[in-house]
Design a protein around this ligand. Sequence first.
Ligand code: HDD
Length: 756
Amino acid sequence: TNPLKRAADKVADALHGEPAGPEGGIPGKPGPESPPVAEPTRPHEPYPPKPDQSGPDTVSPTGQPTGADQARMAQSGSYLTSAQGTRLYDTDHSLKAGPRGPVLLQDHHLREKITHFDHERIPERVVHARGAGAHGVFRSYGTAADVTKAAFLAEDVETPVFVRFSTVLGSRGSADTVRDTRGFATKFYTSEGVFDLVGNNIPVFFIQDAIKFPDVIHAGKPHPDREIPQAQSAHDTFWDFVTLHTEATHHTLWNMSDRGIPRSFRTMEGFGVHTFRMVDAAGGTTLVKFHWKPKLGVHSLVWEEAQLINGMDPDFHRRDLADAIEAGAYPEWEFGIQTFPDTPDQTFEGIDLLDPTNIVPEELAPVQPIGLLTLDRNPSNFFAETEQVAFHPGHLVPGIDITDDPLLAGRLFSYLDTQITRLAGPNFAQIPINRPHAPVNDMTRDGFHQTAVHRGVAPYRPNSLDGGCPFTAGADTGAYIEAPVRVPEATKVREAPETFEDHFSQPRRFWLSMSPVEREHIIGAYSFELAKCYEQAIRERALQVLANIDPELCAGVAAGLGLPAPEPTVPLADVEPSPALSQVGRTWPTDGRIIGIVTGPDGDLDGVRAVRQEVLDGGMVPLIVAPAGGTLGAGPDALTVQRTYATARSVEFDALLVAGTPGVGADAYGARDAKAGHPTIQQATPDPRVGLLLSEAYRHGKAIGAAKGGEAALEAAGIPLDAPGVVAADAATAVLQQLAQLLGSHRVWERFPAAA
Ligand code: HDD
C-alpha cells in the first residue's frame, strides 16, 4: 500500500490509541494486506446547522409543511460519501487498471468530483461583485410607528438581518480600498416577509433614469479591448461619460471626496438613495429617505494609504469586518429617516424628491433615529451566504412603498432579472440565505433548482380541490396593498421633468460644506483621476464641469493638470452649506481603533505591558511591533510580538507609540546587502523600516507618541517632537491618554497642507 497512507495511519493509530476506527469500524481498502483506514481525527457528529443554514421548510398550498428535514442535505454524518450518500474508501486515487495503468471511465467518483468542481463558479455580479457580508439583528425603537405600519418598525421588535457591503466596479477578486462607491445592502427577515434596503454609502446616484444604467456601468468598467484598469474610475471612458452626462456631477464629486475611500465598512454611512413612501395604519402616506449612521463615526483613508493597502492587504475591509465581529466589537449603525409631506409635487424646500441625484440637507430635514443595527455573526460559508444572497429593491413589506423615481422603477425590474442568470433559475428564494423567515405559500412551481416538494394539486385560485387554499389576505390580515396614489393624467413621452436639469447646485452645496482639508483631498483626487485619462478633450470637459461647481475647485484641478481653468457656463448656484456633510471637526468614539506599539528587546517592556492593557481597557486594539517575531521578555509576563518590522506597515495602524529604543531587525537591509555581495550600508539606528512606519503615519495625519527614549526614533524619521499630533512623555500610559484624545478626531488634520 501507499507509504504515505501507512504513515498517516500510524499517526492516527498513535493519536487514537487503537488501530481501527469508531464502533462499526471504518472500511479499509479491499484486499488482504490493506489495514483499516483510520481518520486523522475521530469522526464526530456534525455540528448542528445554524438556523439560516437549514433547508427551506416549504409549505404546500394546503399549508402542510414539507421538507422540514432538508437540513440533512447539507454535510452530515461522519464518513466521506458521494453526492448520492454512498460511503467512499478513497478519494485520492482514480480507479486504474493497475497502479501504472490507464484510468477507467467507469470511475463514477472521479467523474462526479471533477464535474462538480468544473461547475463550482457562478457568474459574479455584473456590478458589486466584490463584497463581504455579516449577520446581525435590527432592534426598532418604535419611533417610526406613527408613519409606517411595518411590523418590524413597531416598538422593540427584533428582526434578523444579513448585510452585504461591496465595491461597485471591481471583479470578485479585486482590492477593497479602491476609490469607488460602496454598496450597503440589508436584508431584513421580518415577520411580514423580506424587506431589502439596497443602498450605497453615497446618498446620490450617477443617473436619473435606469435606462442609462448599462451605459454608466459600461463606462466605469475596464476598457473592453484590454480589460484595464481594474476596479477604478481613473480612465477615459468613465470621465467621458460623467462629463457628457452632467447629472453625474454630484455623485462623481462624492466619489472624489474622502467618501470614496472609507476607512472601514464599519465607519461608513449608508443611504437608501431614493425617496420611499411610508404608509401608516390608517393609510396615510409620508415620503422618506433612509439613512444608516455608524456608531463609530464616518472615517476615511487618505489616498496614499488606500493605494498602499491595495498592495499590502487587498482584503483590508473584508478582514476588518470579520475580525471586529470575531473579537466581539460588533459594528452598529443607527437607522434613521428623513420625512417629508407626501405632496402632489413631491418636492421639499424646492428639492425634487424624485431626482436621485439630490439629497435633502439634514439641517432642513433632520434624520430621526428609528432603530439600531448590530452585526454580530460572521458567515460560516462565503459562497452559501455572501455570494448567494440576492437583494432586490422590490422586496417590500406592508408599510413601505415606492415612489415614481425613474431610477427606482428600472431597479424593480433589474434585480429579479439578474438573479435568474446569476443563481441559475427562478427559485433563488429557496436558497437558505434568501429564505424569508415568514411562512411562504406561493403558487409558483417547478423551474431550475426547485428544492421544495410542493403538495396539493391546485396551484391556482380559486380552486375547489385543495380546500380553496391558499387564501388571499386583506389590509387587516397583513396583505401588502400598494398605496392608492393618484397617477397624473399625462401623455406618453421619453422625457425628464425640467427640475431634473439642475446638475450643479447640489454639487456646489457639497463642495461648500467641505473643510479645507477635505477640499484639498477632492482636488487631489480629480487631479489624479483626470491625469490618468489619455484624452485631452475629456480633461478639458471635466474642468468645464468643475468650473460650474466652484472656481477654487476648478483652479486647483486645472493647476494639477497644467491646464487653464475655464470660466463657468452657468451662474454659480446660491446655496447654503450643509455642515452635516463634512467628516472633519467632530469627535467620535475610539472603539476598535488600532494602536501600534513599536518596541524591541531593549525597549520599555514594562511600559509596553502597562500601555497594552490600557489600550485594551479603552476598547481599542494594541498590536506589538518588534524587530523579529516570538516574544519579548521572559516568564509569564512575556509579550507576544504581533507584527515584525518586515510585516508591519503604517496603513494598518490608527496611531503609533514608540516605547523605548526600537532596535534593529534581524534581516535589516544592511545584512541583506552584505549577503547579496553589496558593500554593507551603515545600519541606521533605529531600523529604517521603523523610520518608514513613522514617516508614513506622520504624512497620513496619524497621532504619534514616544515614551522612554522613543523620541530618538521620531527624530531619526525627521518628525519634529513639537509638531501637531506628536506627543512624548516618560510613561507610555501618559502618552496613550493623549493619543486616544487625538484619535477622537480620527486624524491630526492640522498636518495637511490646507490647514497649515
Ligand atoms: Fe444596483 C447590485 C445599489 C442602481 C442593477 N446595486 C447592487 C448592489 C447594491 C446596489 C448595494 C449589491 C447588492 C448585493 O450585495 O448583492 N444600485 C444600488 C443603488 C442604486 C443602484 C444604491 C441607485 C440608487 N442598480 C441600479 C440600477 C440598476 C441596478 C439603476 C439597473 C437598472 N444592481 C443592479 C444589478 C445588481 C445590482 C445588476 C447586480 C447584482 C444584483 O443586482 O443582485 O441588478
